[in-house]
Write a protein that binds this ligand. Sequence first.
Ligand code: PMP
Length: 355
Amino acid sequence: MNSPQTREDLTTLPAYKAGQKLAAREGVQVFKLSSNENPYPPLPSVVEAISQAALDVNRYPDPLNTQMIATIAERYRVDAENIGVGTGSVAVLGHIIEAMVAPDEEVMFAWRSFEAYPIWVQICAGKSVQVPLNDHFGHDFDAMLKAITPKTRVIFVCTPNNPTGTAVMHNELDDFLSKVPSDILVVIDEAYGEFIRDTDVADGLKLFRKYRNVAVLRTFSKAYGLAGLRIGFVIAQPNIADYVRRTSIPFGVSGVAQAAVIASLQPAAEAELLTRVNDIVAERERVLEKIRAAGWQIPPQHANFFWLPTSDVDRIRAACEEAGVAVRPFPEGLRITIGESEANDRIVSLLTSWK
Ligand code: PMP
């Protein structure tokens, strides 16, 4: 008897691997440094806005996200029609692919990079073109230019790059954009943009203002500490933002999430959130200084995590877990989030005495 069949072309679709969480252990506080989350709890003013919005959950949220989009637009000095939102930037990037890429058309990105890119491309029946990172774990723009074909529709540039923590320099990206055909959309994924301190690193918004085929992807999950509420957005030309809206799930971003964003962008709240970001960056520098001093070769890092290139992934991961800290393994290294200082200290002590 025949039964309903799932799509043949999705049999190879990998499942998204979320960062692992360790089971609670008697006498040991366990930490999760495997998902690049913000270790700080939400601000009281944000919790208050969430509680107020919770009183209305018998109603659908504003499907146009009017007030939230107006607040984001004012904050980034763009028009509301330049903004498309979704349930996390992972959803927004999926909507961009849905809106831009027909079956068999190509989406290019460096590899290794954010693992959701190839998953979304495959769901949309597009073709992923993965251009290997260079020897310094950075983007190889010459190779990317050579890989452009008449079928290329979208190029993702993840900076800082997940999982390698490396960032693209502004001049380098500007030069690349000047050579990319103007009918290809270049999405600069700045999920970790607020953690950049090097002023030579690419500024996506500046490039959005210079090139009409540039879009900038942002999230409230990392610097703003709202990962659990799922809100991301893109700043793009109105026709692209419009199609992100059209492909989005109606009422996707909840009223609670919209209220949390509006509260987080109030000047006093945002200043406090960005002070926390400064503290995370200071922790990153403290941790990196100690680990590098112990001999580890780590490329320049710009996000709220660091990349540890190593062939000893399994042993180090097991030792971190033994120490009560979950980290994120990849075939060519480990990605370790900067978290609570106790968790960071455990990582430092383990890696500085590693043999
Ligand atoms: N882009 C990059 C580069 C990421 O690392 C992540 C989160 N891991 C996202 C986008 C998506 O984040 P969110 O859906 O929480 O906004």
